[in-house]
Design a protein around this ligand. Sequence first.
Ligand code: HEC
Ligand code: HEC
Length: 321
Amino acid sequence: MIIFAAVIAVVLVARSTSHTVDASTAQSSDTLREFGRYLFYDPTLSVDSSTSCGTCHQQFAAFAHIDHAMSHGVMGRIGTRNVPALQNLQQQTSFMWDGAFANLAMQSVSPLTGHAEMGSTLSDVLARVAAHPRYRQYAAHLYADKQITIPRILEALAAFTGSIVSRSSRYDAMRDGKLAFNDNEQRGLDLFRARCASCHAEPYFMSNDFVSNGLPLDSIMPDDGRYRVTQRDEDRYRFRVPSLRNVAITFPYMHDGRYRRLRDVLEFYATPALHASYADARIRTIGSLNDAQRKDIIAFLLTLTDTLLPRNPCYRDPHLP
Ligand code: HEC
Ligand code: HEC
């Protein structure tokens, strides 16, 4: 698998340099994105044709999986982490809670072949995609040699997921001067800027850094986080700072989905006794938050819900009526 992945990485790099010539027209980038959208919602890419990317990444939940702490894949197999939202991925320099992938296209190899995700093999995926008339049409349109290859499949998936943008929330409208926050929202934003934004930075409310927010270790399923990727002691229990856009519709929260409600998250941050010793120093400066302050921060977080993304026809499952 690792050798195969390395070969694909080389091919992808080679392709991305020739990309500007290859796909120079806006039309072919639209076609590539459409190719990716069909693949994203295609359950036949999984071993038993039961599970597509869209099974776990649901549009109405900003492409997270609502109400599931751990992801559910083929044959009822349960994964080990909470499904993250997919949005503004162009802003991310790495992918997964621990940043295991530095390349969005490469990331797809993991769910396609993961035992607890789609459980397929890359050669099965290629055979199924190459046999499908719709995909053959896309390839004929996109590539001079008309061939469907694994790197092209991965590139199409990334073209689709990379096109998912969140920029239509109340917060965005406020920033554009189109509306004013009410008092609760404004107080919440001020508190957020003082206590939370050093990690969850505006306007994407994320960062590409790996830090610990002080979550105590889960005794049943301990997760080393970034350490898994780097094997450096200081990276133990660190995770990438996730975006808080659409946080109202992406519950439950954290890499293991341990909190169901935003109130629980605020309770955690505002209670120093709950913070593990390895917490980033910035967590200690959050301090206490009284009931009214917590409500204000939540009122602000609710302004980050996108009105367009969950209904945008460009991201929709094309198989739905
Ligand atoms: C069984 C559920 C499941 C399926 C199916 C699935 N994913 Fe995911 N996805 C996850 C989970 C869980 C994570 C986080 C994994 C981790 O951090 O280790 C994730 C992470 C991601 C990320 C990284 C997001 C980020 O912010 O870092 C991308 C991109 C992604 N998936 C795309 C896809 C694509 C494309 C497919 C289909 C080829 C797919 N996923 C299929 C559960 C799933
Ligand atoms: C030191 C950096 C840091 C600070 C400060 C911080 N966070 Fe976080 N936050 C993180 C990290 C890292 C995670 C992911 C942790 C994990 O899953 O293990 C996270 C996760 C979250 C989540 C869950 C998101 C999801 O999709 O699961 C919410 C909600 C959240 N933070 C809100 C806040 C609020 C509100 C504040 C201020 C009171 C705050 N954070 C301050 C680093 C920080």
